[in-house]
Write a protein that binds this ligand. Sequence first.
Ligand SMILES: CC(=O)SCCNC(=O)CCNC(=O)[C@H](O)C(C)(C)COP(=O)(O)OP(=O)(O)OC[C@H]1O[C@@H](n2cnc3c(N)ncnc32)[C@H](O)[C@@H]1OP(=O)(O)O
Ligand SMILES: O=C([O-])CC(=O)C(=O)O
Length: 372
Amino acid sequence: MTVTRGLEGVVATQSKVSSIIDDQLTYVGYSIDDLAENASFEEVVYLLWHFKLPNKEELAELKQQLAENASIPQELIDHFRSYPINKVHPMAALRTAVSMLGLFDEEADVMDKEANYRKAIRLQAKMPTIVAAFQRIRKGLEPVAPRKDLSFAANFLYMLNGEEPDKIAVEAIDKALVLHADHELNASTFTARVCVATLSDVYSGITAAIGALKGPLHGGANEQVMKMLTEIGSIENVEAYVENAFANKQKIMGFGHRVYRQGDPRAKHLKKMSKQLTALTGEPKWYEMSEKMEGLVRAAKNLPPNVDFYSASVYHSLGIDHDLFTPIFAISRTSGWLAHILEQYDNNRLIRPRADYVGPTKQQWIPIENRA
Ligand SMILES: CC(=O)SCCNC(=O)CCNC(=O)[C@H](O)C(C)(C)COP(=O)(O)OP(=O)(O)OC[C@H]1O[C@@H](n2cnc3c(N)ncnc32)[C@H](O)[C@@H]1OP(=O)(O)O
Ligand SMILES: O=C([O-])CC(=O)C(=O)O
């Protein structure tokens, strides 16, 4: 048996959702650069779920469906209140919340195409409400109910902060959501597909995916980037930090990628946003430190930044708590996970690879009283 560590280069499925070819990312064939400049998150959701851009009526209908399904059960809010809340990571709360939502969905185990699509809408709609409600409860504040007249991005910020967000913040979050929505067969998406390929339900698939995204080698890296920048503290300390990390064979968060070799095409958009937002908030040092680090890491190891690197200073500039960075990624990536889950159901086969067994063989049974 030949083992491909980490399944590098293994093609495990066909998909029409997104592609990475020659370091270029597309959603349903549309370049990420075009989408980042022009699309709203809701348009991207429609694109990923229907394999076409929506016309005005289709977009309006999707927006309405998302708005109508955005509230979450009171039981979920009460559940949050029962947690040792300041010890719970928001990604753990989100993972639990999505699993719990399945308990309140009468269609959770209904397996037809229409029911699965309705569940996709319900789940996508509720993700920002869950994250915002958890945040407010742990801050000792009352959750804010979603509004039907706001865009997906604006509603999230409104529920988070309890006040109407400004245009710049809405545009930044909307673009970040567009940039994070899907990414071919990344670890969390693969997890979702493996889960539902057993014909398990949508809630199980998204719960599993959230668990995979949480890790610092994947979506959890954005929080770690801000932790690192905060520890470094100032631009004078960047060089020593990078040298020390390489000398100790330590990974620098927000750099490197399994698929991209020349660079992550999403990073340049986030870099631009980081420059603008850090200047606006009067804290350009986060951008300047990041830029210096990028130069040093590229020069030393030819490692380019990935999507998580500049998103950290973007979210920080928007006043978002650092442990909410990965949940925001999850809010967006839910759209991609759902697209892949629906695609998996459409042409399903159980995903079950093999392991090359390297443990002992031909062991003799030892009764417990004779064991050392
Ligand atoms: C949304 C996302 O998931 S994007 C990725 C987010 N994750 C991170 O930013 C965490 C930091 N990056 C990493 O750990 C890796 O680059 C990964 C996990 C993203 C990709 O990993 P892999 O494809 O498995 O590469 P692997 O970890 O084997 O690294 C290959 C080589 O590059 C080095 N390398 C890769 N990334 C980094 C990094 N961030 N810092 C320092 N060295 C690195 C490794 O040490 C290794 O060097 P070696 O061959 O001398 O031992
Ligand atoms: O594709 C990957 O391996 C990780 C990634 O960048 C993403 O999920 O956005």
